[in-house]
Design a protein around this ligand. Sequence first.
Ligand SMILES: C[S@@+](CC[C@H](N)C(=O)[O-])C[C@H]1O[C@@H](n2cnc3c(N)ncnc32)[C@H](O)[C@@H]1O
Length: 204
Amino acid sequence: MRTKYKQWANDLLLERKDLLYENFDNFIYDDKKIILEIGSGKGEFLAKMAFRFPNYFFVGVEKNTTCAGITLKKIINNQLDNARLICDDINDVIASIKENSIEGIILNFSDPWPKKRHHKRRLTNENLILKYYEILKKDGFLNFKTDNRQLFDDSIKYFSRSPFKILKIDYDYKFDSSFDEITDYEMYYRDLNQPIYKIYLIKE
Ligand SMILES: C[S@@+](CC[C@H](N)C(=O)[O-])C[C@H]1O[C@@H](n2cnc3c(N)ncnc32)[C@H](O)[C@@H]1O
């Protein structure tokens, strides 16, 4: 499911810098209810959620420029004032986010990085989990869903060693639309009838 380089998407990123943040340094938090989607891919989830939930402010963090450009097109076409994007690696962005400022963090189908020497690149690695905890408000949530059982099981271990409270672990997530949308990767794995795993966490 590698995304082919698309020149138009990269051009759009340059043309519409007004819809992109470099990081959170100059971000005006006000009383926004911010949802951070990390590894937002082509923005299917981000755009649909922003459309359905105008009271929340969605920020996608996506390091792949073509994926980010495709997301930007969805933000523009749907005239979404409550969705913005950061085209960068979360590891270079997270220090700019204020502590206790984020309502929810979403990780959808993060890259599994199966080799042990690459585990530190996972978006659920223990260092990042601690930073996610810091930036979340009290009662803020983190939801993570994936098709990859090994990544899921390892991530449960990482989360168990963190200050997060695990609210629910679902080994056969059927889809609950109350605060969720089906992502591009999810559609692919659901069509193959593969189980989807989901964990819900909260900062108490
Ligand atoms: C497997 S794709 C899933 C995309 C989307 N969430 C979905 O469910 O369809 C993982 C995405 O995470 C992005 N990604 C991986 N590591 C990242 C990082 N450290 N910072 C920002 N984005 C990252 C990749 O570029 C890729 O687009």
